[in-house]
Write a protein that binds this ligand. Structure first.
Ligand code: NAD
Ligand code: MG
Length: 383
């Protein structure tokens, strides 16, 4: 059997490099035909040396391409990811760019790929209805890579046509799970990046600490599984062993469990419907002893509620939430604002930017720009 060709969009990131680890382990099953990144050119050059893609892209054009990599077809500039993807003719695309910056790639992958493996949750938060509609029209499966959604996707395979009562997303609680509200306000970048169970990119690690990540995931679940917000719940589960659950009408709850290792859900999407034999650390229930659960605290983690509210409001509200969050998280990571300001900036943007209908991708970008303007104004007002 010939190896499936896969484009890894966001190849230098946390998800991208773990996906390449799977390609490395199964050279007969996968070939990375296209690798893309934003800035880290040396890292991408190293990956290109190892995986020898046909096509590669860097948003920031480097001074020069090393001589041994000139046989690769290179693309540069803001739309380089999409141009590289189209040129590569890969069968699958793993969309692992962070933020709304990845929406265009998801959109175009649906035109040219047989399957889209989706890590870039912000593409669904901002363009959910348009993206899922296009996936259905094109007959292209959107395979979840986010661990919670992969878990739900796996549990739903036991559905056999039965209605689902509720989706239960588990949530580690992030780095500040046990902090007081006052201490959280002044948490530093270093405090926040020390995630207890998962090792991820900077933006999503901050999102976990504010719990906006779980809100983005509720919105992602709404679109991936066509479930209304009222039927999606969140439960805190600090060990991150249960990756998420599905409840059926008879009260039965199915869960998917495993050690927290993103190569599980990434590999599941890559190999789907086959499970790749992988030497994952086995779960040792006796050593674990217990699994804990709690309800999320709406006072210390207001961003979760804001995201669910935005989903219920509909239209551009989730785009506004996402755009303001991206702007605020950027400012926090540059150490321009305290951690507690992130929630305030999102709240301010949701209060002042009018919610409009979303009928096209252009509408998404218009709402995103308005949210970033509002966030900038709020950030400029008081840091
Ligand atoms: P990351 O920051 O580690 O990597 C992001 C990648 O995207 C890099 O290769 C970077 O070069 C590229 N990129 C960034 N901005 C870009 C732009 N404007 N144009 C083109 N390329 C750009 O991020 P990550 O943690 O790997 O997360 C990627 C996506 O997967 C996010 O949407 C995140 O929410 C989701 N996700 C990540 C994890 C995880 O464990 N890291 C888990 C679940 C979901
Ligand atoms: Mg997740």
């Amino acid at each position: 059997m010939e190896a499936r060709t896969i484009a890894i969009l966001g190849a230098t990131g946390s998800i991208g490099t773990q996906a390449l680890d799977i390609v490395r382990r199964y050279p007969g099953a996968f070939r990375a035909g296209c690798l893309t990144a934003h800035g880290s050119s040396d890292k991408l050059f190293d990956l290109c040396r190892e995986f020898r893609p046909d096509v590669a892209a860097l948003v920031n054009e480097p001074d020069e391409i090393p001589e041994d990599l000139r046989g690769i077809q290179w693309f540069f500039g803001p739309d380089s990811t999409v141009r590289a993807l189209l040129a590569s003719k890969c069968q699958d695309a793993l969309c692992a760019i962070v933020g709304i910056a990845g929406l265009d790639a998801v959109w175009h992958a649906l035109d040219v790929c047989e399957r889209v493996l989706l890590a870039n949750k912000e593409a669904l938060v901002t363009g959910g209805e348009l993206v899922t509609k296009k996936a259905v029209e094109k007959g292209v499966p959107l395979l979840p890579v986010d661990s919670e959604h992969s878990a739900i996707f796996q549990c739903l395979q036991a559905r056999q046509g039965n209605p689902v009562k509720r989706l239960l997303l588990t949530c580690s609680g992030g780095a500040l799970r046990a902090w007081t509200k006052e201490a959280m306000y002044r948490a530093t970048v270093r405090d926040v990046l020390a995630h207890p169970t998962w090792n991820m990119g900077g933006k999503i690690t901050v999102d976990c600490a504010t719990m906006v990540n779980k809100g983005l995931e509720v919105i992602e679940a709404r679109h991936l599984f066509d479930m209304p917000a009222e039927k999606i719940d969140v439960v805190i589960h600090p060990q991150s062993v249960i990756h998420s659950m599905v409840e059926f009408e008879d009260g039965a709850v199915l869960a998917q469990l495993g050690m927290p290792d993103m190569r599980g859900p990434i590999g599941y999407a890559m190999g789907y419907p086959n499970r790749l034999p992988y030497d994952a650390t086995p779960l040792d229930f006796a050593a674990l002893g217990h699994l804990d659960f709690a309800a999320p605290d709406p006072v210390r983690f207001p961003c979760l509620g804001m995201a669910v509210e935005a989903l219920k409001r509909g239209g551009s509200a989730p785009v506004i939430l996402n755009g303001a969050n991206e702007a605020a998280v950027g400012a926090f990571l540059r150490e321009q604002i305290p951690f507690g300001r992130i929630a305030e900036v999102i709240d301010a943007a949701l209060q002042c930017v009018p919610v409009t209908p979303i009928a096209s991708i252009a509408d998404v970008y218009t709402a995103d720009a308005a949210a970033r303007e509002a966030a900038k104004a709020e950030l400029g007002m008081r840091n």
